[in-house]
Design a protein. Structure first.
Length: 449
């Protein structure tokens, strides 16, 4: 039964459950090799398998009863006719969860500054800073998130007006290269009070935030193409370097990495991710994006429901959330739980964002609360499980269909319910362990002596 048939009271009552298990709730079953290594992958070289007798959530909001067959990391068959392999006995197969923006892997202990690499505070504007240069694929938080089938997502920097470049990561692999799906995924820019601060060159007001951004964008118009006078054929063949290029003897200008980042933004080669909570800050971001014709994604949007029509008309996707944001300051005084439902009704493409590096395991909780407050169940799956992210980035997640990457998970019940146990998961056809430091500690101390 879909959670859209449950009452708000039933949904919220379930939130007392913890994702590490209680003394009576089971941990993921230990099949051979289930513990895996530090990289999260289960040892072995199984490149083909079938899952049958399951409820399959495709990811786009549709579903069917049947199974899927995987070969060499790709889904080669999906539908009611798939049989054999592992009989799941009615369990749910779904694409897994994918977060729309957190600092997971960039710090370990919230209150220990020595573990933080999420905020380069040497300046308020550091567009050349890249999260992949600080991401730790072996972070304990990655395993904890994977425990609840959070298999990847957007990793973002924190602090300052322009804290750096985000990247889309898979939550498996023991090196940054193995974990990286897309880098860069966008330049993160904080609007409103989030763009002010005490860093060098930091604006002190909303006026200063917008003014500083306009100054930067005005100063970084893309340089002229030195081969503009050459024909397309000459440029492709390289003949312009042998006499036809009018600027062949000119030394090309040298630009810093920061300058090249801004040039890429102005050429729409690098997305900007504009983080704003307050309604007027969201509108400021939309106005800036239109003024400079930027390839834009919105993020945060706690008060997005107040300007849902304007966001929908802009055509920009929204990395919206957390759903559980409550009024806690002047930037989100009008936050409400039905925010995502109202954005969805306005035609906004929503990518669910939890945002908490140590709480990403609660992605399903965020989604089910959105459902309880009016977001259709299928829309919640599309927002939380990566399908909607495909409209923003070329990422191989979010859809269980023939030809797609076999990134998926098996849930012993509805994946959005907090008491549901996740039993197995695969990332691009390779099985990953759902064990974590938390589950290991639980087993070690479950019987106190």
């Amino acid at each position: 039964m879909g959670v859209d048939r449950l009452s708000r009271r039933q949904v919220l009552a379930g939130l007392v459950a913890t994702s590490t298990g209680t003394l009576t709730s089971p941990l993921p079953p230990l099949f051979p090799g289930a513990r895996g290594g530090l990289d999260g992958y289960v040892p072995g070289d199984v490149d083909r398998f079938s899952l049958s007798n399951a409820r399959v959530l495709v990811g786009d909001g549709s579903e069917f009863v049947g199974g899927i067959r995987v070969e060499s990391g790709k889904i080669v068959e999906a539908g009611p006719g798939v049989s054999g392999g592992t009989d799941l006995g009615g369990a749910v197969v779904f694409p897994g969860f994918f977060d729309g923006g957190s600092a997971i892997g960039l710090f370990e202990v919230d209150q220990e500054g020595g573990t933080h690499d999420d905020n380069e505070s040497s300046d308020a504007v550091v567009p050349a800073a890249r999260v992949v240069d600080a991401y730790n694929p072996l972070s304990a938080g990655v395993g904890v998130a994977r425990r609840q089938a959070v298999l990847g997502g957007l990793v973002v920097p924190n602090g300052g007006l322009v804290p750096g470049q985000a990247a889309w990561m898979r939550f498996a692999g023991d090196t940054v290269a193995e974990a990286t799906v897309l880098d860069p995924a966008g330049l993160w820019i904080n609007l409103g009070r989030g763009g002010t601060g005490s860093q060098p060159n930091a604006p002190k007001s909303r006026m200063g935030v917008a003014s500083r951004l306009r100054e930067i964008l005005d100063a970084h118009k893309p340089p002229d193409d030195p081969h503009a006078s050459c024909s397309e054929g000459d440029r492709k063949s390289g003949r312009c370097d042998r006499g036809k290029c009018k600027k062949k003897d000119e030394k090309p200008p040298e630009y810093t990495r920061a300058q090249r980042a801004w040039h890429a933004v102005r050429r729409r080669e690098l997305k900007v991710i504009l983080y704003a909570e307050r309604a007027d800050d969201i509108l400021t971001g939309i106005a800036l994006a239109r003024e400079y014709q930027l390839d834009t994604v919105l993020a945060g949007c706690a008060e997005g429901h107040l300007v849902a029509r304007e966001i929908g008309d802009s055509g920009f996707s929204a990395l919206a959330g957390p759903v559980t944001t409550q009024p806690s300051g002047w930037d989100n005084a009008h936050a409400r739980y039905d925010n995502l439902a109202l954005l969805h009704a306005a035609g906004v493409n929503i990518v669910l964002r939890h945002g908490g590096a140590h709480q990403l395991r609660e992605m399903g909780v965020e989604a089910v609360i959105a459902v309880a407050y009016g977001l259709p169940y299928g829309a919640a799956i599309a927002a939380a499980c990566g399908f909607n992210a495909r409209a923003v980035w070329p990422v191989p997640v979010g859809r269980l269909a023939v030809g797609e990457s076999a990134t998926l998970a098996v849930a012993l019940g509805d994946p959005l319910q907090p008491r549901t146990v996740m039993s197995r998961a695969w990332v691009e056809g390779r099985e990953v362990s759902l064990r974590s430091r938390q589950t290991d500690l639980f087993e070690r101390f479950r019987a106190l002596r």
